[in-house]
Design a protein around this ligand. Structure first.
Ligand SMILES: [Zn+2]
Ligand SMILES: [Zn+2]
Length: 197
């Protein structure tokens, strides 16, 4: 399982066999403290994280169920080869490379760039398609003209556009993309861009 942002009541029937929870960053849509507490209490799970989440996690679960890793260090999780990849967000964050039986998958979300990350020949990826940049810029301008603040300013600066995600998949020859973390304001344009690709 990657991240734990949903309420426990919504996921409890699906997490019965979960053994590892790979955590990325502190934002509530990824790190729901109550969900994490219940996962720890009701299931035999290990939490994997970077050092930036250790203290927060220690307030919720006991230290024996936490494993801290650094970027690029491969480790084994019940037969999966896993390694952390650095992500670029407004707080420390990471993605994960997950490999099993020759199948290579990259998961990364909440990052404004994928520069420096290579996933040549990966079979699949789950990457955020947070916004469509042209529509986002139009909406930001409209808000400015009306003297309003647009949350899209933050989205553009700390999240990945569908355009960059598609470019990354094309460049690396990744054919199966699971789009994640699609924002509501430009959802239609994101879906259109994915269809065109
Ligand atoms: Zn998020
Ligand atoms: Zn975030």
């Amino acid at each position: 399982m990657i991240d734990a942002g949903l309420p426990y009541s919504k996921i409890k029937d699906k997490v019965k066999n979960v053994r590892y929870v790979l955590l990325t960053h502190i934002h509530g849509d990824h790190f729901n403290k109550s969900t994490i507490r219940k996962l720890a209490a009701n299931h035999n799970v290990m939490f994997i994280c970077g050092e930036w989440l250790f203290d927060e996690l220690l307030n919720i679960v006991n230290s024996e169920s936490i494993l801290v890793y650094g970027f690029g260090i491969a480790f084994d999780a019940i037969g999966y080869d896993v390694a952390m990849v650095k992500a670029y967000h407004d707080v420390p964050n990471c993605g994960y490379r997950i490999m099993q039986d020759g199948h290579k998958h990259l998961h990364i979300t909440d990052t404004y760039t994928l520069d420096g990350i290579a996933a040549k020949g990966y079979h699949s990826a789950s990457i955020e398609c947070n916004h469509e940049i042209n529509k986002a810029l139009v909406l930001i301008d409209e808000a400015k003209e009306n003297g309003e603040f647009s949350h899209l300013i933050g989205a553009v600066n700390s999240h990945l556009s569908v355009d960059k995600t598609i470019q990354f998949c094309k460049g690396n020859g990744i054919k199966k993309l699971i789009p994640v973390h699609i924002g509501s304001s430009t959802k239609k344009e994101v879906i259109d861009a994915l269809k065109r690709w």
